[in-house]
Write a protein that binds this ligand. Structure first.
Ligand SMILES: *[C@@H]1O[C@H](CO)[C@@H](O)[C@H](O)[C@H]1NC(C)=O
Ligand SMILES: *[C@@H]1O[C@H](CO)[C@@H](O)[C@H](O)[C@H]1NC(C)=O
Ligand SMILES: *[C@@H]1O[C@H](CO)[C@@H](O)[C@H](O)[C@H]1NC(C)=O
Ligand SMILES: *[C@@H]1O[C@H](CO)[C@@H](O)[C@H](O)[C@H]1NC(C)=O
Ligand SMILES: *[C@@H]1O[C@H](CO)[C@@H](O)[C@H](O)[C@H]1NC(C)=O
Ligand SMILES: *[C@@H]1O[C@H](CO)[C@@H](O)[C@H](O)[C@H]1NC(C)=O
Ligand SMILES: *[C@@H]1O[C@H](CO)[C@@H](O)[C@H](O)[C@H]1NC(C)=O
Ligand SMILES: *[C@@H]1O[C@H](CO)[C@@H](O)[C@H](O)[C@H]1NC(C)=O
Ligand SMILES: *[C@@H]1O[C@H](CO)[C@@H](O)[C@H](O)[C@H]1NC(C)=O
Ligand SMILES: *[C@@H]1O[C@H](CO)[C@@H](O)[C@H](O)[C@H]1NC(C)=O
Ligand SMILES: *[C@@H]1O[C@H](CO)[C@@H](O)[C@H](O)[C@H]1NC(C)=O
Ligand SMILES: CC(=O)N[C@H]1CO[C@H](CO)[C@@H](O)[C@@H]1O
Length: 709
């Protein structure tokens, strides 16, 4: 059995073994070796465990060394001390998959993460902890933050996932872009930063901690840059002992309802990544490498369900070209020069009015140069070491031996591709659908009463987007032309008068609050007014999140010019959530809880649930529902929410921000899949469709440079 023994020894040397992670002014040092590291963000709950292997595989093939993810506190600790790490929340499984494919992990615990995630990742129960002040030197907050951070670190240790134990995690993050709000906390800001850094360091993970966008990160925590142009904006590490690291280089930008997609070119990303490396940068993370899907109600205020679809891997995990391929070439080019880059001495010289060269020279002769043309309009003809070079506008050339160009950021050799949507099923047969009209609660039916307008989030506890606010009143005879006036700090309000729909209004991501003002019809005697206040995700940023106010602020009925009923201070009745939500009628086993009826085209009304069944499309291409004829609501497939939709909220160009909704293959069985749609307005489910998604290459690449493999 000697061969068996030999094999174990080889595995012990190559695959296993603890890796020591340290750093110096130049870079992270893994097992005694400096490294230039390319990292990409992939957030495990924004895809499915079935998608993880292919996503990580494409990241590896694209030349990444590290997968960076946040940890999502609200998913993992839905109630204090109750934990959930199942399914899409299986952090350990995700990290082990990354390890299996030979990559490292940067674990950004936060536990405040922002990330366009509802409430910035905080579980809502934190709001009800007495005397809590989030992200400050505040005992109740520090208790829960330390408790969760410790829970995660202990879980990682128990599974042997830190590099110091032979696992893939080489880096951890505590807090997140805290500097943005630090001043608001006065002296409790800096003392909190120190507490957080010490608390993290004392957990003894054996790998370094970073704080991003935190110039005053205390030793030994490394301050890192987030942004689109860190090569231009980063002031550098706060100590000569720390390396220059970029934890978020935005490959695009998140999208909100009413916003168009943000398209950042492959050339622009490449320029800024190389500039950062030319200026001593040694760690670059693409935020996001794969964005994915904000399933369920996980998106933060006004953020759409699709997340960073413009990233190198699109929402469905398909490569977006030329972005993915151009960055792959960039990674290979840099890896080819990593010895002089990491061991050489850096100098920079001017080679023109808007041109400069960064050179790394080793005593042994190894050399790499970056020729930068900052002129965005013109080619530059420059001399470097007595050789002439042509530099494309706004570009950087990499000279792997200070002579031969192996890469130029503006020269894209990768073929372009285009995403194709192929309709595989329509739903236009009325008989295929059933509907359930949700009910409008009136004041007398409302389970919760209060003599004031209640704050929206504190009342729903984030159990639902919806809060019914109701009252009843008897107008006097002067009320001939009543107008309902509502001031709201929520996101949408629908008004019903005596169970009849009266109208709606909504706000937007960038404008706080909105007004609903509509003429209504009253009857003699008691009238029931029911206003549905809606939030489309909780806020995820800013200081004092725990004091944020949302929902109705003022409600009046104007009878004549001077005759006004003010219901702001009045007896209100509340109901959290819709009836259909309470009955969970989107789940197969609960369908019988509601009285479904045949779809009646001529009696469409707001707040209606629709259901149908469909078979999975053949093949393995990703699947999306085209909901472009719907209005606003949420969709479930076999009981799992594929996210909110708000198709009726148009951009200034008249487009919907998102019409395609990803249905992961793993949510489906071959036949008889249940689709349930909740529609708040009067969208048309008959015209929706099921589609498969694929990519088609547009033309062949033309390569002039010998690109390393
Ligand atoms: C965290 O708090 C829970 C109670 O909420 C407690 O059971 C647990 O021991 C605490 N864990 C740590 C690591 O402090
Ligand atoms: C890069 O690092 C070297 C050595 O620490 C330093 O001399 C040089 O100024 C740095 N360059 C830039 C552009 O920051
Ligand atoms: C070298 O780089 C530093 C830091 O970016 C800059 O301040 C300096 O002007 C550069 N020198 C030349 C000759 O370009
Ligand atoms: C720059 O040079 C390239 C060829 O090297 C040429 O195709 C391009 O038109 C030039 N661009 C400008 C702005 O002069
Ligand atoms: C460039 O050429 C000049 C004269 O032609 C020479 O003096 C100089 O040493 C050369 N520089 C390099 C870096 O070869
Ligand atoms: C939240 O609601 C609770 C009752 O559920 C109330 O006691 C508390 O004062 C409210 N807090 C805020 C900030 O409105
Ligand atoms: C108002 O609501 C109450 C309780 O649901 C109901 O009995 C009454 O008929 C309603 N009034 C009108 C005018 O709809
Ligand atoms: C109702 O009638 C009384 C007396 O007719 C009048 O003073 C009052 O302004 C009217 N309107 C309201 C909103 O109470
Ligand atoms: C109604 O009452 C609220 C609370 O007192 C007040 O803020 C608001 O200005 C009043 N509305 C009008 C139109 O007077
Ligand atoms: C309405 O209630 C708030 C607090 O409940 C109070 O501050 C305010 O003075 C009241 N306004 C009126 C017009 O009664
Ligand atoms: C459909 O709705 C219309 C309008 O509300 C109604 O008159 C009609 O009876 C309904 N048809 C069926 C089959 O329920
Ligand atoms: C630090 C940094 O580079 N920030 C940039 C991030 O990207 C946005 C959008 O392009 C810029 O406005 C910031 O300056």
């Amino acid at each position: 059995m000697w061969w068996w023994w030999a094999a174990v020894v080889v595995v012990g040397i190559v695959g296993g073994g603890e890796e020591e992670v340290k750093y110096d002014r130049r870079s992270l040092i893994i097992n005694g070796q400096r490294k230039i590291i390319f990292s990409g963000s992939i957030h495990y709950p924004r895809s499915t465990p079935q998608m993880w292997p292919a996503l990580i595989g494409k990241a590896q093939e694209g030349g990444l060394d590290v997968i960076q993810t946040y940890v999502f506190w609200n998913l993992h600790e839905p109630q204090p001390g109750e934990y959930d790490f199942s399914g899409r929340y299986d952090l350990v499984k995700f990290i082990k998959e990354v390890q299996e494919q030979g990559l490292y992990v940067c674990l950004r615990i936060g536990p405040f993460i922002e990330s366009e995630w509802t409430y910035g990742g905080f579980p809502f129960w934190l709001h009800d902890v007495p005397d809590i002040v989030y992200r400050s030197d505040n005992e109740p907050f520090k208790f829960y933050m330390q408790n969760f951070t410790t829970k995660i670190v202990n879980l990682m240790k128990a599974e042997g996932l830190y590099a110091s134990q032979g696992g893939p995690i080489i880096l951890s993050q505590i807090e997140n872009e805290y500097q943005n709000i630090e001043a608001a906390f006065g002296e409790k800001g800096p003392s909190y930063v120190h507490w957080a850094a010490n608390m993290a360091v004392e957990l003894q993970t054996g790998v370094p901690w970073v704080m991003c966008k935190q110039t005053d990160a205390p030793d030994p925590v490394i301050n890192t840059c987030n942004g689109m142009r860190c090569g231009e904006t980063f002031a550098g590490p706060n100590s000569p002992k720390k390396p220059s690291m970029w934890t978020e280089n935005w490959t695009s930008f998140y999208q909100v309802y009413g916003g168009e997609p943000y398209i950042r070119s492959a050339e622009d990303i490449a320029f800024h990544v190389i500039l950062f490396i030319a200026k001593n940068g040694s760690y670059i993370n693409y935020y996001m490498y794969h964005g994915g899907t904000n399933f369920g109600r996980t998106a933060s205020a006004y953020v759409i369900t699709s997340y960073y679809d413009q990233a190198p891997l699109d929402e469905y995990g398909l490569t977006r070209q030329p972005k993915w391929g151009h960055l792959k070439e960039l990674h290979a080019a840099i890896k080819l020069c990593s010895t002089p880059l990491l061991q050489g001495v850096q100098t920079n010289i001017s080679i023109g009015q808007l041109q400069e060269a960064y050179v790394y020279q080793e005593a042994t002769g190894g050399c790499v140069a970056f020729l930068v043309n900052n002129d965005g309009r013109n080619n530059a003809s420059i001399q470097f070491r007595n050789v002439s070079y042509q530099l494309l506008p706004k570009s950087i050339s990499i000279l792997s031996d200070c002579e031969n160009v192996i890469f130029n950021t503006a020269k894209v050799n990768t073929e372009y591709n285009e995403r194709t949507t192929t309709r595989s099923q329509t739903f236009d047969d009325v008989n295929g659908w059933e509907e359930f009209k949700d009910s409008t609660p009136n004041f007398l039916d409302a389970p919760l009463k209060s003599d004031t307008l209640l704050e929206h989030m504190n009342t729903t506890k984030d159990k639902s987007d919806y809060l019914w606010c109701t009252f009843s009143f008897q107008p006097n005879s002067s009320c001939t032309e009543p107008v309902l006036h509502v001031e709201s700090l929520g996101h949408v309000a629908h008004a019903f008068v005596n169970n009849i729909y009266a109208g709606a209004a909504h706000g937007s991501h960038d404008v706080k609050g909105f007004t609903l003002e509509i003429p209504i019809e009253l009857i003699d005697g008691m009238n029931n007014i029911s206003i549905l206040s809606v939030m489309v995700g909780l806020p995820d940023s800013g200081a004092f999140l725990e004091t944020r106010f949302a929902g109705l602020r003022e409600v009046e009925i104007q009878c004549t010019e001077k005759d006004l009923y003010n219901f702001t201070n009045y007896t209100w009745g509340y109901q959290v959530g819709l009836l259909g939500e309470k009955l969970q009628i989107y789940k197969n086993q609960n369908l019988g809880n509601a009285e479904w009826s045949k779809f009646n085209l001529s009696s469409k009304q707001p707040l209606t649930w629709y259901k149908t069944v469909f078979d999975a499309p053949m093949g393995s291409d990703p699947i999306a529902l085209d909901l472009s004829t719907m209005g606003k609501g949420e969709a479930w497939v076999n009981g799992q929410s594929i996210g909110r939709h708000w198709v009726s909220f148009q951009t200034s160009k008249g487009n919907s921000s998102q019409t395609l909704y990803h249905v992961p293959r793993s949510f489906l069985q071959t036949t008889g899949n249940l689709l349930v749609l909740l529609e708040e307005f009067q969208g048309d489910p008959l015209q929706i469709s099921l589609n498969t998604i694929s990519v088609t290459n547009l033309h062949q690449p033309i390569s002039n440079y010998p690109i390393p493999q």
